[in-house]
Design a protein around this ligand. Sequence first.
Ligand code: SF4
Length: 112
Amino acid sequence: MADNEMLEIINSHREGILQSDIRKLMGIDSKKCSRMVNKLMKEHLIRRDDELAEGRKTYRLLPIGFIGPSERHLKLIANGIFSPCTGCNLECYPETCYPLNEWVLAVIEEEA
Ligand code: SF4
């Protein structure tokens, strides 16, 4: 159960959370925290990056699974349509591009 709580906390921090912070947040000791982190990493549910915080070596815990589009990516979605220019390999004539025109209309409709 505590593993699920830890996973939820990590997943709610898209930019990751320091291991020391999650330990304090959950009110657990560092040994138990390390055990839980290792279990989640073994299950490929999170990843752990080295980080220096206030001159001390610690770890940043990051979600691995898809947890929804980020703020930045939401700007590329209009009425459920992702920007057609992303990954496009068509010969590009934006002035007459049908997919782009459709997407711009979706942006306009969404903002109306
Ligand atoms: S404008 Fe049209 S052709 Fe050009 S990149 Fe976007 S979708 Fe592709």
